[in-house]
Design a protein around this ligand. Structure first.
Ligand code: ASP
Length: 316
């Protein structure tokens, strides 16, 4: 029986603690491997991975590309613009076209929540969600968890403050699920307009004041203000936002002295985080998160494609 008995990785919600642990443990072995001069393995030899991105990405796409190549797979990158096209139709058409070329793994990013799941129902290969709308970004939560686990030795019992634009954030959603599965406690810290309506249902504590919300926490996870997803006015001004919700040393002083600072990137310096704090490598693990990302994606590609042999084929 596989340590990760799923055909796709569409989200963190619904995974079990052993499944999350299996992915993290496997990732761990790739961290060391990626630090060596010879980074190449042949785990994916003969396999084809297609990165299908309907939305711009730098680090996630590069990270998946490196992960696939370091495992010896053939990796193709496709960027698809959705702007002028009817989206639902395009996703399925594209899926069917690519499916006919027999890829083994499709890594998909799409601006609409749920689009990646829809696509996964139409293809014969594994699908990894690289971010769908404001729904989920599972590999980001896994790489965050790996970063925390390596630094603090555990996830269970930690107090994690997720701060900023939570309502638009797939990173926040995936992290909330993962941290709950692994026994950490989550607080959301944001203005009323940036807290999702379903926050209470997610079993988190909600704060509207950074000083209160950061009190005694182990991890401060900052989120980018996702202005591209905002329709209407969510904030009076960026200056005011930084004043009340931007992470600086004054607000950080409320967290535990050894608390870590995280950010999924891309960062808006001077908007959600002060530059000096972001670059304080005694506490900021932002670059480590990027490093862990490649290892986590290698583990996901490996564990999912290992299940492929037994996966049933279905017709479109
Ligand atoms: N890179 C992350 C994402 O794709 C976070 C962000 O864009 O702010 O969701």
């Amino acid at each position: 029986m596989s340590a990760f008995p799923h055909r796709h990785l569409l989200g963190i919600e619904g995974l079990t603690p052993p499944e999350v642990t299996a992915l993290l443990d496997r990732s761990e072995s790739y961290v060391e491997q990626n630090r060596r001069a010879d980074k190449k393995k042949s785990v994916l030899r003969g396999r084809t991975v297609i990165n299908l991105f309907f939305e711009a990405s730098t680090r996630t796409r590069t990270s998946f590309e490196l992960a696939g190549k370091r495992l010896g797979g053939d990796v193709i990158n496709m960027s698809v613009s959705t702007s002028a096209i009817r989206k639902g139709e395009t996703v399925l058409d594209t899926a069917m076209t690519l499916n006919a070329m027999h890829p083994d793994v499709l890594v998909v990013r799409h601006p609409e929540s749920g689009a990646v799941k829809l696509l996964s129902e139409k293809v014969n290969c594994c699908v990894i969600n690289a971010g769908d709308g404001s729904h989920e970004h599972p590999t980001q939560a896994l790489l965050d968890a790996l970063t925390i686990r390596r630094r603090l030795g555990r996830l269970e019992g930690l107090e994690v403050a997720i701060c900023g634009d939570i309502v638009h954030s797939r990173v926040a959603r995936s992290n909330i699920h993962l941290l709950a599965i692994m026994g950490a406690r989550v607080r959301l810290v944001a203005p009323h307009t940036l807290i999702p309506a379903e926050a209470e249902r997610l079993g988190v504590e909600v704060f509207h004041d950074m000083h209160e919300g950061l009190k005694g926490c182990d991890i401060v996870m900052m989120l980018r203000l996702q202005t591209e997803r905002m329709q209407g006015n969510f904030l009076p001004s960026i200056r005011e936002y930084f004043h009340f919700f931007g992470l600086d040393y004054d607000k950080m002083a409320n967290a535990k002295p050894e608390a870590l600072i995280m950010h999924p990137g891309p960062m808006n310096r001077g908007v959600e985080i002060d530059s000096v704090v972001a670059d304080d490598y005694s506490r900021s693990v932002i670059h480590e998160q990027v490093e862990m990302g490649v290892a986590v994606r290698m583990a996901c590609l490996e564990l999912l494609s290992a299940n492929l042999v037994e996966a049933p084929q279905h017709n479109i």
